[in-house]
Design a protein around this ligand. Structure first.
Ligand code: TRP
Ligand code: SF4
Length: 400
C-alpha cells in the first residue's frame, strides 16, 4: 500500500523562535508519528529572495536543523534533508516549467505581496517568479499526500495540484491506455474488478466524489496490484490518463498563534521574538520588560487582559486555573504585572530547558548533525530518483 506521505520545507532563516515552534514545528513533531515524513531545508528558496547575500545561508541551515532536533523532530522517524543536496528538485522544476502557463505564476498572491513587502530587493527575477513552481517540484517529487503549511502557503499547494493535473493530462496518455487499464482491472479479481468499474462509472457519469474516494481506497488496499497497475487504475478511475504525479493537499496547522513581545506577530525582523534556544537570563528580562495594558500605570490601577500582550502568552502557556487567576487579578488590581508574568516566564523557561538539553549533543559535536543530514539526503534522493525515472519516461526522455 502506498503510504500517505507528508512533505514540508522551511527556508533557512537562522535560529528559529518560539513562533516557529508553536506555529509549525510542534505540528511536525506530532505528524512524524502518524505518517512517513520528509522535512527539508529549502535553501534554494532562500536564494530566490537573497541571491545577493548567499553567505548567510550556510550558518542558517545548521542553526535551523539543530532547532528542529531541539523541538523533537526525530531523525529515526522522519527523513531530514537539504534541498540543494537532492538536485533532482532542479530537474523536476525545469521539466514542469515547460508546460506551466506564466499566468499561473503571476497570479500567485505571494508574488506581488512579497515584491511590495521586500521593496528593498529587486525581485523582478526569473527565480522569484518561479519559486512556487520549485515548491511544487519539492512536493510532487515525493508524491506527498499532505503538506503542512500556514495559511499564506495554501495558494502554492493549489498551484501544485494544478501542475500535477496538467502533467498527468499531458504526459499520462500512454499508447493503448484503455486496453492496458482493462488488463489491470482483471488483476483485481472478479468481484473487486466489478466494484471498481461500478465506482468508476458513478464517478465519471455522476461526478460522485464518494465513489471516487472508495475506488482509491479499494486500489490502495489491493495487494494483488503492482505500482504501475495501481497508478494506471487510479488514472483510469479519474479520467483517461495515467497518474504519474499525485495531487497533494494542504494540512492547515491550527496555529496557536504565538504573538511577539509587543503583541504583533513574532518575527526576528520586528525585534519582538524569543529564540527557541535563548538563554534564560535574557528571556526573563525580555518578558519582565514586555509592555502590558497601558491603562495600568500604577500597581493600583485595574487592567484589562484583552489589551495586554502578556495575556496572549498566558493563552499558550498557562492552564485554566492560572489564566483565571491572572484575569481576575488584573481586573481587580489584585496582582501586579510582574507577578502576572512570572508563571509565563516559568513555563517558557521549562519549555526551553528541554530544547537546550536536546540541542547540546549537536552543539558539542556538529558532525552528528552532518551525519543525520547526509543520511536523510541519501534516503530522499532514492525516492526522488524513482519519481524522476517515471517523469522522464512519461515525457519521452528515457532514451540513451
Ligand atoms: N515556500 C515555503 C515557505 O516560504 C517553504 C517551502 C519550500 C515549502 N518548499 C516547500 C513548504 C514544500 C512546504 C512544501 O514557507
Ligand atoms: Fe497584563 Fe497581567 Fe498586567 Fe493585566 S496584570 S496588564 S494581564 S501583565
Amino acid at each position: 500500500m502506498s503510504p500517505e506521505r507528508v512533505v514540508s520545507g522551511m527556508r533557512p532563516t537562522g535560529a528559529l523562535h518560539l513562533g516557529h515552534y508553536h506555529g509549525a514545528l510542534k505540528n511536525w513533531v506530532r505528524l512524524q508519528s502518524e505518517y512517513p515524513c520528509h522535512f527539508f531545508v529549502a535553501d534554494w528558496h532562500a536564494l530566490t529572495t537573497h541571491y545577493d547575500s548567499p553567505e548567510v545561508i550556510e550558518a542558517s541551515v545548521w542553526e535551523m536543523v539543530i532547532d528542529w532536533l531541539a523541538a523533537g523532530i526525530d531523525p529515526k522517524q522522519s527523513v531530514l534533508f537539504i534541498q540543494s543536496r537532492v538536485p533532482e528538485h532542479a530537474e523536476l522544476h525545469l521539466l514542469l516549467s515547460m508546460g506551466t502557463p506564466l499566468g499561473w505564476l503571476e497570479r500567485v498572491p505571494t508574488y506581488k505581496d512579497q515584491q511590495e513587502k521586500l521593496a528593498d530587493r529587486d525581485l523582478a527575477t526569473y527565480g522569484f517568479l518561479g519559486y512556487p513552481l520549485l515548491q511544487s517540484a519539492d512536493i510532487l517529487m515525493y508524491r506527498a499526500s499532505w503538506v503542512p503549511v500556514g495559511e499564506d502557503q495554501v495558494p502554492h499547494i493549489e498551484l501544485t495540484r494544478e501542475v500535477a493535473r496538467r502533467f498527468n493530462h499531458l504526459y499520462g496518455r500512454e499508447a493503448g491506455f484503455e486496453a492496458k487499464a482493462r488488463e489491470s482491472v482483471k488483476k483485481l479479481g472478479g468481484k473487486g474488478g466489478k466494484l471498481y468499474l461500478e465506482l468508476r462509472t458513478r464517478f465519471q457519469e455522476q461526478g460522485d466524489e464518494a465513489a471516487a474516494q472508495q475506488g482509491r481506497e479499494l486500489l490502495a488496499g489491493a495487494a494483488s496490484l503492482g505500482q504501475a497497475d495501481r497508478e494506471r487504475l487510479v488514472g483510469f478511475l479519474e479520467g483517461s490518463s495515467r497518474r504519474i504525479l499525485s495531487e497533494p493537499q494542504a494540512l492547515l496547522t491550527e496555529a496557536s498563534r504565538l504573538p511577539g513581545l509587543d503583541g504583533q506577530k513574532m518575527s526576528k525582523s520586528y525585534g519582538n521574538a524569543l529564540a527557541m534556544r535563548d538563554d534564560p537570563a535574557s528571556v526573563t528580562k525580555k518578558i519582565r520588560t514586555m509592555p502590558t495594558d497601558p491603562a495600568r500605570v500604577r500597581r493600583t490601577d485595574p487592567g484589562e487582559p484583552e489589551r495586554c500582550p502578556v495575556w496572549q502568552l498566558h493563552q499558550v502557556y498557562s492552564g485554566e486555573a492560572t489564566r483565571e487567576w491572572a484575569a481576575s487579578g488584573c481586573r481587580s488590581a489584585g496582582i501586579g504585572c510582574l507577578e502576572c508574568k512570572q508563571p509565563v516566564i516559568d513555563a517558557v523557561l521549562s519549555e526551553q530547558a528541554v530544547f537546550h538539553e536536546r540541542a547540546q549533543p549537536y552543539l558539542d559535536d556538529p558532525a552528528l548533525v552532518r551525519a543525520i543530514m547526509a543520511d536523510g539526503c541519501d534516503k530522499a534522493r532514492a525516492l526522488a530518483q524513482e519519481t524522476m525515472r517515471d517523469v522522464r519516461e512519461a515525457m519521452g526522455l528515457a532514451y540513451r
